[in-house]
Design a binder for this molecule. Structure first.
Ligand code: ZN
Length: 177
């Protein structure tokens, strides 16, 4: 049994205990006033994929007890073809299966620019900041703004106008955080 599986199993119980007023540290939740929390809400934190869990009821991604979005730090070629993710969608599952040691970042940033590293055609890496769109598979999995029943035109608009902080508020309300 992997740590990830254990975390998945424990997830519903964590909420019950938190509601009872149990100590959250026991569940490895980072405190609201810590440096990590600040970084999570600013540029994000590099993590291993197994550290990020899928909430069983809604399918959203959580890291140390907080709802997050996730993206790949290192990109090849045009960064605009990359997406950030809300769920463990088919794209992320595929990456896990290939297991190529991708570097993942979890974030709750308001800033639309993501800190990435780009490899150019000569193989050199450089740091960059870029706008990324949200993944459409994830919008479908989570049915954000009734995504699944919308026309293609509206679906494109939901993707284009997606704001991380609005999504976080919406999901926190949904799960009662
Ligand atoms: Zn996705």
């Amino acid at each position: 049994m992997t740590i990830e599986t254990v975390k998945q199993i424990l997830h519903p119980f964590r909420r019950i205990l938190e509601n009872m007023g149990a100590v959250p540290e026991r569940w490895d939740v980072i405190p609201w006033d810590s440096d990590e929390w600040e970084r999570l809400n600013a540029e994000g934190i590099e993590v291993e994929q197994w550290e990020v869990i899928t909430a069983p009821e809604t399918g959203h991604l959580e890291w140390h007890g907080h709802i997050v979005v996730l993206y790949i730090k290192e990109v090849y070629g045009d960064p605009r073809s990359y997406r950030f993710h809300l769920t463990e969608c088919s794209t992320l599952k595929g990456m896990k299966t290939r297991g190529l040691g991708y570097r993942y970042v979890v974030t709750r940033q308001r800033d639309p620019f993501f800190k990435i590293r780009i490899q150019d055609e000569y193989g050199y890496w450089r740091d960059a900041r870029t706008i990324l769109l949200v993944c459409k598979n994830c919008l479908r999995n989570i049915n954000y703004m009734n995504y699944n029943i919308q026309s293609n035109k509206i679906k494109n608009e939901i993707q284009k106008n997606f704001r991380i902080h609005e999504y976080l508020q919406w999901m926190e309300k949904k799960v009662g955080l």
